[in-house]
Design a protein around this ligand. Structure first.
Ligand code: DNO
Length: 357
């Protein structure tokens, strides 16, 4: 298990890399070119500059999250060829600088979606919250405006250029079924996987968050069946999963330990975090501790240990604690606590395993 930490780049993150350096066990930074327009090629000089900066702190920059997929590709419209070519070029350029994993998602219009970014938890901290009724009955435009006004920082998935195009995008997706979206994913993967394989990069699809349809849009990466179907598209070693416990785990039918046993070997990258699911389907993100939420984080790490998982792991969204002002879910303190918990579990499971053998 290679521990990493997600970072949004110079001037775009409240967390500094010399702070991350003080979290024990972190070897790499999960990075991205967050200021780029979706669909544009990631140029070599931009990649080089970011990687050199990350490496100057002694971290590796093996994992990119995300190279976002342009809506034309998801829609399968006439512009997709151009954007697929751009995507291939970004893969080649990243490969040239030693990148090993690219995380991406195939969610229509939206990436992760919540109704409240700073909901109070009983311990006085705040965390990301999903209120089913609000998200599923609210005008998406209004939701985007709420989030966008949070700060100048770009939130992943809420690409600013989409805000002005929201009506047009909804229209474009109007008749699209899940099968259509699968077809477009298949088309995209068949195009890009040979390139990724050639340059030694693993593509790791991120599950839909939450893992069900919102605003009537099709969503396809939602549970076991989806993961099986994804892997059936291609047996290329570059066709992989980002095993995200908090995304899939928001649906209580997704048992994350069982899914880990089946799918972590196909996951070059894992996001590990906990969520507490309420009876009405709302959920709130909690600390990484198993007993604080609904997901058996301990059981998931045990599965990773069982196969001596050698992929990349990062703690995922943390709570906002100790008065920290940060990007929602991406502060320093709670993610640092998360890392210590995950590494502690890992050490314990690995030790027991060695003693038993
Ligand atoms: C949320 C993240 C996602 C993820 C993308 C990957 O915090 O896990 O936004 O980066 O879905 O493309």
């Amino acid at each position: 298990m290679k521990m990493t930490f997600r970072w949004y780049g110079r001037g775009n993150d409240t967390v500094l890399l010399d702070q991350v350096k003080q979290i024990p066990g972190v070897k790499g930074i999960v990075w991205g070119l967050h200021q780029k327009r979706v669909g544009d090629v990631w140029e070599k000089d931009e990649i080089k500059s970011e990687i050199s900066y990350i490496e100057s702190f002694g971290f590796h920059a093996d994992v990119v999250e995300s190279v976002n997929v342009h809506e034309s590709i998801k829609l399968g419209n006439e512009e997709r060829e151009k954007y697929i070519e751009n995507y291939k070029q970004s893969i080649r350029n990243l490969g040239e600088f030693g990148v090993k994993v690219i995380c991406y998602n195939f969610m229509a219009i939206f990436d992760w979606t919540r109704s409240d970014l700073f909901r109070a938890l009983p311990d006085g901290s705040t965390a990301l919250f999903y209120e089913k009724d609000i998200v599923e009955n609210r005008d998406p435009q209004e939701l985007i405006q709420t989030f966008s006004s949070y700060s100048d920082m770009t939130l992943p998935g809420w690409e600013p250029e989409k805000i002005g195009r929201i009506k047009e995008l909804f229209k474009a997706y109007k008749d699209m079924t899940e099968d259509d979206l699968w077809e477009n994913l298949r088309y995209f993967l068949n195009e890009i996987l040979p390139v990724a394989e050639e340059v030694g990069i693993k593509m790791a699809i991120h599950p839909d968050d939450p893992p069900w349809s919102i605003f009537g849009l099709p969503r396809i990466m939602t549970g076991r069946e989806s993961l099986v179907k994804l892997l059936a598209i291609s047996d290329s070693p570059s066709n992989g999963i980002t095993f995200c416990t908090g995304s899939l785990g928001a649906n209580p039918h997704n048992d994350m330990v069982t899914l880990a046993a089946e799918f972590v070997r196909h996951s070059p990258f894992a996001h590990i975090r906990n969520v507490k699911i309420f009876e009405n389907g709302d959920f709130i993100e909690t600390s990484h501790l198993t007993s604080d939420g609904s997901i058996d984080i301990k059981g998931v790490v045990r599965e990773l240990s069982e196969i001596d998982y050698d992929g990349y792991v990062r703690p995922d969204h943390g709570r906002h604690i100790w008065g920290e002002k940060c990007r929602p879910g991406y502060g320093l303190y709670d993610r640092a606590l998360g890392i210590m918990h995950l590494l502690g579990l890992w050490d314990a499971f690995q030790t027991v395993k060695k003693e038993e053998n």
